[in-house]
Ligand binder design. Sequence first.
Ligand SMILES: [Zn+2]
Length: 420
Amino acid sequence: MHPLSPAASPVLHSLASVLLIAVSLLAMATAARAESAATTSPSTQPASAKLFRLWTFGDAHVGTDLAAGRESLADAIRQSEGSAASAGGPAIPWDIALDVGDNSGGQSVPKDDEGKEIVRQFSALKNHRREQVYDLCGNHDRSGLKEPEAWWFRKWIDPEGKSTAHSGVDATKRPYPIEGTWERYSFRVGNLLFLVMSDINEPTQKIGRGELGGNPAGVVSQATFDWWRKMVNDNPESIIICAHHYLLKNTTTATGDWEGMIKDSLGNWKSGYHGYKEKGTPIGASYLYWVGSKPDSGAFENFLAAKKPADAPGGSNAVAIWLGGHTHPLSPDDKAGGKELIATKWGVNFINVCSLTQHHENKGSGFTTTPMSRLLTFTPGSDKVRVQCYMHTKAYAPIGWYDKAERVLTLPRAFEAPRP
Ligand SMILES: [Zn+2]
């Protein structure tokens, strides 16, 4: 078993925790006698000299699973916190979580009742605050073209903490405050810089989610792309972690043209991973297809391909990781399109993290989905990040860590924890 495995040695972990607490208490006593230790809860302590654990999940599609009697989001939260109510499997030790979107399961536009249900399922959090989870908007979370932009996502998921009465997100309680808007924001954890981007409606399309019954190609505005490029160019010393609901073209499993669809016996396209919407853009249903209203723009891909690697003169290779979901893999070993769920290209580690749903799939297509999520563990002073895969049901493998999908990825530079 891996020496860092949380399940490997509970005794050693307990010893380590006791030592860490002792060291922390000593430091607090000598350096800050005036401050009461009782005001510092474990979750708000700086992560100095200890591992930083990022749990990342997506595609809970809460309404779809609830209709089948399953709490896709709350079940995963309870499992992660080792709650007695969860069905087996070890806890997932995490400091913050990044949710890559698609909390809604509707094929039309999301409504208030599902928003309330998602907030209710988030209340399964007992050892973490809601504000320790950072969210973005997936295609199912988008509102209609004729509705106020992203009103549902802003009201119920609310990364800005502007709709606290409904979402329960209080911006002042973020362990790492965000800068930006619901559409694009950043936050820092030591020398990690997170760039989080939401999926939006493509403004040049005059029919969208509501009328089409779904519209699965990924979209960002020119303003979001320009913000992202500037943040990457301006922060060559950071370890940049990007997150969007979608992965980029030809990176991970099934991110190529038409790879979200399959053909019927007559050679006509039909739904596969994603719903076939002839009047949408099915060719790009499984990757970030629209940038600044240009279809298949290649904007992100070309920028990353042109970046010189960190060890070349003038090189920076600043983007370390891109997290996404959207295409629900059949299993952690799904290699559709000759690609894998974790893939390194242009020096960037792309990771498909999803999905939490068990029931949101195109019935009759043969595309079934396996609930899973990922844990990324960063070690101070190390340029390696450990990526583990957690199985939330026993459909494919026992509940808990699925070791075969575990990877150790290389970062452009060593992780530095936040200063105490
Ligand atoms: Zn999606």
